[in-house]
Design a protein around this ligand. Structure first.
Ligand SMILES: *[C@@H]1O[C@H](CO)[C@@H](O)[C@H](O)[C@H]1NC(C)=O
Ligand SMILES: *[C@@H]1O[C@H](CO)[C@@H](O)[C@H](O)[C@H]1NC(C)=O
Ligand SMILES: *[C@@H]1O[C@H](CO)[C@@H](O)[C@H](O)[C@H]1NC(C)=O
Ligand SMILES: *[C@@H]1O[C@H](CO)[C@@H](O)[C@H](O)[C@H]1NC(C)=O
Ligand SMILES: *[C@@H]1O[C@H](CO)[C@@H](O)[C@H](O)[C@H]1NC(C)=O
Ligand SMILES: *[C@@H]1O[C@H](CO)[C@@H](O)[C@H](O)[C@H]1NC(C)=O
Ligand SMILES: *[C@@H]1O[C@H](CO)[C@@H](O)[C@H](O)[C@H]1NC(C)=O
Ligand SMILES: *[C@@H]1O[C@H](CO)[C@@H](O)[C@H](O)[C@H]1NC(C)=O
Ligand SMILES: *[C@@H]1O[C@H](CO)[C@@H](O)[C@H](O)[C@H]1NC(C)=O
Ligand SMILES: *[C@@H]1O[C@H](CO)[C@@H](O)[C@H](O)[C@H]1NC(C)=O
Ligand SMILES: *[C@@H]1O[C@H](CO)[C@@H](O)[C@H](O)[C@H]1NC(C)=O
Ligand SMILES: *[C@@H]1O[C@H](CO)[C@@H](O)[C@H](O)[C@H]1NC(C)=O
Length: 763
């Protein structure tokens, strides 16, 4: 009994414990010593856990070894020791090779637990594992194990925990394994070539509490019996090819807290369950309708996402009954009608994302509660009219507000000026008008990173004082990572990747993305725990040419000012030059007059500057040529005069950067060699190929802002699997191609691929 308890404890916590004290059997010790000798450690220091494996001591007291009372070794926990077992190297059939590993392992036929998680083991699962039929726990996760999953696991009649995640397994997962009645945990996540289907008989796994098949290649329908398992707690089938309808409403037992079905091909009505899972993600499927009483099934739910489905009709007002909801994401569907008024009044809602639907009506009377908890509010891409909702002033925690692409008619919402947490404000493509200065307010937008007012009717001069006040806001952030996306197998940048992202802003073209070596991880939910948190990332797409892409890029250092296509007039205040960490500035298509302030040369991180279609006069400040990161410049259609400054940087800009200025001359414009002017500078070498070098495309900048909630859905991290690496790099390619289209030529990726990949990333 004691042994059993011990074992259960191991199972629950998966940590190394002092073994049950008993003298180990001599030959078991010998086998362990053989095993120790034959293990290859990738780095010597990783061997330290096994230093205790010393022949002069009782092998049952060795780290990672667990014995029965009578000295049989039943547990081997070698997780995290970074051993490499090169099983192609070893002849497992002959058993007469010099290295004793296979034999040594095979000798432990009594093994209850084998944990080789997080090593560097390659090759297939060896055939002699068939002898381990006493195994309760088999954890081979996060290795490079390839090949198929052997059918003989189905004979392991005591198996409770089968974890093979993060490997490179392929073929069809044997259905028989889903019939081992003792199974409590099945984790196959992240084996993207591993397919199969779920048999209806999975409903017989009465002990099952966790099933994670995320990021595999499973097909077919999801058997309804799965939802009737009495102990089911975590269900993650995301990122597979499951299809069909889930139009059932079933009674679950008191236990489910996660249902994650996102990124499949499920259709029909959104399923409802009682009681209520805390976390439900149905996004990125083909569901087409929401039951009108949906809210009655969400009373305990914290996270609910129906994003990127095919949902039509009204937003059911019953959703407001989901009084514990913190995150609600209905974005990217075809929902129509008005926003139910009760929705914004939900007291603890932190994230409300209704972006990219077909919602209509006025938002003037959107009402929030006194203690508004909203942090992220996205209404962009609808047909909402009316005035800016005044009650938002109560949302003192607001970080992210996007109302882009609606039909809101109002003056600048000065009432937001008192919200010091605001970091992204996007009012682009509406009917805002008037000046942007706010009287009688202290500028407290110390967190502001992005302000996009483009395509409105704002007008008037912008006083230097406005910029001066924002200068604080634009100060360099520390660049620390702030966000991840939950529940999706989303590669997340870990610090080495920040290097890569910084490359994006600092001349990546020189480095080449091959050098952008990143480690990566993907996050997923596991059991509810108290000291953990749920995180949500939201993205904003700033685009002018209809390009859309969503990607996971976490760059708190990103700042952007886009005031283009308005009626701003007067001089550009020289104070703007003090935004020395600003990479993107777009003031095009306004009525600015006067000279380009020479202070612009202080914006040392500026990569994209667009002042085109204004009434700017005078010379181009020669110091502008010193902006070494400047990769996109548009000064066309102004009244600039004189010679275009020469520098390495300027020589890369195409004529279109300067056309429409009658008085400008010099490379790269065709020289108008009027009498009295000095001869134009001679060009060294051939003219740069404008297609390849100049079309740095900043149409699209995507920033993610995320934050943490202090409630219990845990986000565990898993690391190191080639598949995710590949995936991550694919995403990076897309980001980079968007920003630096000329890379495409260089890397030789075809457009078609890029489109496929974009679809992958769309929400
Ligand atoms: C894993 O093993 C391969 C060779 O088998 C080696 O090149 C690689 O560096 C190892 N990885 C780690 C993290 O030690
Ligand atoms: C094993 O432990 C004994 C006593 O602690 C020590 O003298 C001996 O050197 C150790 N042997 C090895 C191989 O570490
Ligand atoms: C292995 O690493 C994970 C994550 O760092 C940790 O939770 C676990 O306890 C470690 N296991 C062992 C046996 O050290
Ligand atoms: C395993 O060993 C074989 C034979 O020595 C070698 O050819 C192969 O590259 C090794 N595989 C890995 C992953 O190290
Ligand atoms: C195993 O033993 C057989 C016969 O004893 C021999 O022919 C074969 O070469 C051996 N294999 C290895 C890998 O040593
Ligand atoms: C397995 O154990 C037996 C008996 O202790 C021993 O003779 C044999 O060498 C072991 N086999 C291997 C491959 O370690
Ligand atoms: C599975 O992987 C192995 C080794 O990587 C390969 O030889 C085999 O062809 C693959 N099978 C399938 C069905 O992809
Ligand atoms: C996924 O499964 C489908 C068929 O079930 C197959 O055509 C496809 O190649 C598989 N994908 C991968 C990556 O193995
Ligand atoms: C709930 O669990 C109990 C025992 O745990 C079981 O008898 C009952 O059938 C379960 N109900 C459902 C709907 O699964
Ligand atoms: C959006 O709503 C308008 C009218 O309300 C309707 O004409 C149009 O077809 C809808 N578009 C979509 C994509 O549902
Ligand atoms: C936008 O709003 C204005 C007035 O607020 C209205 O006249 C106009 O029809 C609206 N446009 C659309 C496309 O709804
Ligand atoms: C601005 O700040 C000053 C001092 O910090 C304070 O006295 C003043 O009342 C504030 N004004 C407004 C309008 O909040």
């Amino acid at each position: 009994m004691k042994t059993l308890l011990h074992y259960l404890f191991l199972l629950c916590f998966n940590i190394l414990l002092p073994a049950v004290h008993s003298k180990c059997i001599k030959d078991q010790q010998q086998s362990l010593l053989y095993l120790q000798k034959s293990l290859q450690f990738d780095q010597p220091s990783y061997q330290t856990p096994l230093i205790s494996w010393n022949s002069s001591t009782d092998c049952c007291s060795w780290v990672g070894v667990h014995c029965t009372r009578n000295g049989h070794v039943i547990g081997l926990d070698l997780s995290n020791t970074t051993i490499s077992l090169n099983l192609s190297e070893l002849d497992l059939r002959g058993n007469n090779i010099s290295g004793p590993i296979p034999g040594s392992f095979a000798n432990f036929s009594n093994l209850w637990e084998l944990n080789l998680r997080g090593n560097n083991i390659s090759g297939p699962i060896p055939g002699f594992f068939a002898n381990f039929s006493n195994l309760r726990v088999l954890d081979l996760s996060w290795n490079n194990i390839s090949g198929t999953v052997p059918r003989f696991f189905a004979n392991f009649s005591k198996l409770t925990n089968l974890s093979l995640s993060g490997c490179q397994l392929n073929g069809t997962f044997p259905n028989e394994i889903f019939q081992v009645p003792t199974l409590q945990t099945i984790d196959l996540s992240g084996n993207f070539k591993l397919g199969g289907s779920l048999p209806e008989s999975i409903g017989n796994l009465k002990m099952l509490s966790t099933i994670d098949l995320s990021g595999c290649n499973f097909t077919g329908s999801i058997p309804s019996s799965l939802f009737c398992l009495p102990h089911l707690s975590q269900l993650n089938l995301s990122h597979n090819q499951f299809s069909g309808e889930l139009a059932f409403s079933s009674l679950l037992n008191y236990t489910v807290n996660t249902i994650d079905l996102h990124s499949n091909q499920l259709q029909g009505q959104i399923p409802t369950f009682l009681p209520y899972a805390k976390y439900m993600d149905y996004s990125r499927n083909n569901f087409n309708s929401i039951p009108s009483n949906i809210g009655d099934f969400l009373t305990d739910t914290l996270f609910f996402s129906l994003s990127s489905n095919n949902l039509h009709g009204l937003i059911p007002a019953s959703i407001c009954n989901a009084s514990n909801l913190q995150i609600l994401d209905l974005s990217n569907n075809s929902l129509s009608g008005m926003i139910p008024q009760c929705l914004t009044a939900m007291r603890i809602l932190s994230v409300l994302n209704l972006a990219r639907n077909n919602l209509t009506g006025s938002i003037s009377n959107v009402d929030v509660t006194e203690d508004c908890s909203l942090k992220i509010l996205k209404f962009d891409g609808n047909q909402l009219g009316g005035q800016f909702p005044k009650s938002l002033a109560k949302c003192t925690k607001l970080e992210f507000l996007n109302l882009e692409n609606n039909n809101i008619t109002d003056s600048f919402p000065c009432l937001l000026k008192n919200i010091s947490t605001l970091s992204v404000l996007i009012l682009r493509s509406n009917n805002f008008y008037g000046g942007i200065e706010c009287l009688n307010t202290n500028d407290t937008w110390s967190s502001l990173q992005i302000i996009d007012l483009a395509h409105n009717n704002f007008s008037g001069e912008i006083q230097g004082i406005v910029w001066k006040a924002w200068q604080e806001m634009m100060a360099t952030k520390d660049g620390s990572m702030s966000t991840i996306q939950v529940g999706s197998l989303t590669p997340v940048m870990t610090p080495p990747c920040m290097v890569a992202s910084n490359l994006v802003t600092s001349g990546l073209r020189k480095e080449g993305i091959a050098n952008a070596r990143c480690s990566y991880s993907f996050f997923r939910k596991s059991a509810l725990q108290t000291d953990s948190s749920l995180k949500y990332a939201v993205s904003v797409t700033i685009t002018s040419k209809g390009l859309e892409m969503v990607l996971v890029k976490i760059l708190p250092i990103y700042t952007l000012i886009d005031f283009s296509s308005n009626n701003f007039s007067g001089p550009i205040p020289k104070e703007i030059g003090e935004f020395n960490s600003l990479p993107i500035l777009n003031l095009s298509r306004n009525a600015f007059t006067g000279e380009i302030p020479s202070s612009f040369s202080n914006m040392s991180l500026l990569e994209s500057l667009d002042l085109s279609h204004n009434k700017l006069s005078g010379h181009i400040p020669p110091k502008l040529a010193e902006l070494t990161f400047l990769s996109s410049l548009d000064l066309s259609y102004n009244q600039l005069v004189g010679r275009i400054p020469t520098s390495n940087q300027f020589s890369t800009f195409p004529p279109s950067s300067f056309t429409g200025n009658k008085g400008l001359w010099g490379f790269p414009l065709t020289v108008d060699n009027k009498a009295g002017f000095p001869p134009p500078p001679t060009v060294n070498g051939r003219a740069p190929n404008s297609k390849h070098n100049h079309e740095v495309n900043w149409d699209l900048i995507i920033v993610e802002i995320g934050f943490t909630f202090g409630f219990g859905v845990v986000v565990g991290s898993l690391v190191l699997c080639k598949r995710w690496s590949k995936w991550y790099y694919r995403a990076m390619y897309n980001i980079l191609l968007k920003m630096f289209p000329q890379l495409e030529e260089r890397i030789g990726i075809h457009r078609r691929h890029v489109h496929i990949n974009q679809r992958w990333w769309r929400r």
